[in-house]
Design a protein around this ligand. Structure first.
Ligand code: MN
Length: 350
């Protein structure tokens, strides 16, 4: 048994909305990851088993590995089929907002989402929900939306309807947002739920290969090149920088997702507290930063790169050349040392 976390009033309201709904749309954020796709597909499996007409709409196509999750062929790609997506929203009598906290996170679907008169149920784990929803189930302390969604299904007494495909989608989301149970795993019930999903037939080993161990030869070579030739380590400042220009990306036939996780790699070096990855895009330099402990990369991104995010994961952009962007980062190294709120941050991570 797992503890009850979702408020009874939310469950009561959601139950009524679902009971009365005939046409449901599940929607997630842009560049959908395993948790976003997993939650939309799990909702699709469970509510269609209940006899509901439910469609899962994604603002754009997920990466190829996620398109192998059970039911992924039925996802409606709003980028490819904007009119059909709009029609689904217009005709829906209930919208499930999964794994995002504000309509703008749905990109091109923001307008149709805002315009829709259908009641909405938000199920999400991002901070500061800002959405006009009849039922707001927001639990930032939960590791994944899929984990929260499993709890939601249980509270709706739908546990027995969760079949193998649904279980696999839920587990995919939980594995994605915990890095295959590497972080955000302090909650022991996460493992109780994992055990239930495995018991229902979810193949964790297969999911690991799909989610974490699939890449092209070009992708492997690009990452190897980035680490071998382009990683700068600033040991005295506890920082690292990797930059990739358009030419370099083209040389390795870069496709979306190929540099996923690259920014985290330097953090495995003892003493490196924050890491920055800069990638040249057609109109700007995309900046992404990660850190350990209390070092606030969101502050650096907000103050110098027109962005923001979380304490340990943030992003922004830079207008100029890739070398100018790199120089801007290097110029901040000494100033950033003041951001070590906890003076032991470096020592702690050695
Ligand atoms: Mn998530």
């Amino acid at each position: 048994m797992i503890s009850r976390k979702i408020a009874e009033t939310s469950i009561d309201k959601a139950k009524k909305l679902i009971e009365h709904a005939e046409r449901i749309v599940a929607v997630c954020h842009t560049s959908p990851d395993g948790d976003a796709v997993g939650s939309c597909l799990a909702a699709m499996h469970v509510f269609s088993a209940m006899g509901k007409d439910i469609r899962a709409v994604v603002p754009d196509q997920p990466l190829a590995n996620l398109r192998t999750l059970p039911g992924a062929k039925e996802l409606v790609d709003a980028l490819k089929y904007p009119d059909f997506a709009r029609q689904l929203f217009d005709e829906a009598d209930l919208i499930l907002c999964l794994d995002f906290n504000t309509p703008s996170r749905t990109g091109r679907l923001e307008e149709v989402l805002r315009a829709s008169k259908a009641p909405k149920i938000l199920i999400d784990h991002h901070l500061h929900p800002d959405i006009d929803a009849e039922v707001l189930i927001s639990h930032p302390e939960m590791a994944a939306t899929c984990y929260l969604l499993f709890r939601f299904f249980c509270r709706l007494e739908l546990f027995s309807i969760i079949d193998r495909p649904a279980a696999e989608c839920l587990l995919a989301g939980m594995m994605t947002d915990t890095g295959n149970f590497a972080y955000n795993c302090a909650d022991p019930e996460l493992f109780t739920v994992t055990a239930e999903l495995v018991r229902k037939g979810a193949d964790k080993e297969k999911l690991y290969n799909v989610l974490f161990n699939t890449s092209s030869a070009n992708c492997l070579r690009l990452n190897a090149y980035a680490l071998l030739k382009k990683m700068e380590v600033f040991a005295d400042q506890g920082a690292a920088l990797i930059t990739l220009s358009r030419d370099e990306l083209n040389r390795f036939h870069y496709t979306k997702g190929d540099t996923e996780g690259l920014v985290n790699r330097p953090l495995s070096i003892p003493g490196i507290v924050y890491s920055c990855f800069m990638r040249q895009e057609s109109d700007c330099i995309r900046v992404s930063m990660r850190s350990r402990g209390s070092f606030p990369v969101n502050k650096i991104c907000a103050d110098h790169f027109g962005g923001g995010g979380h304490l340990n994961a943030a992003g922004g952009e830079f207008k100029g050349t890739i070398e100018e962007a790199a120089e801007a980062f290097r110029a901040l190294l000494d100033e950033n040392k003041k951001l070590y709120i906890d003076k032991n941050d470096i020592a702690k991570h050695i």
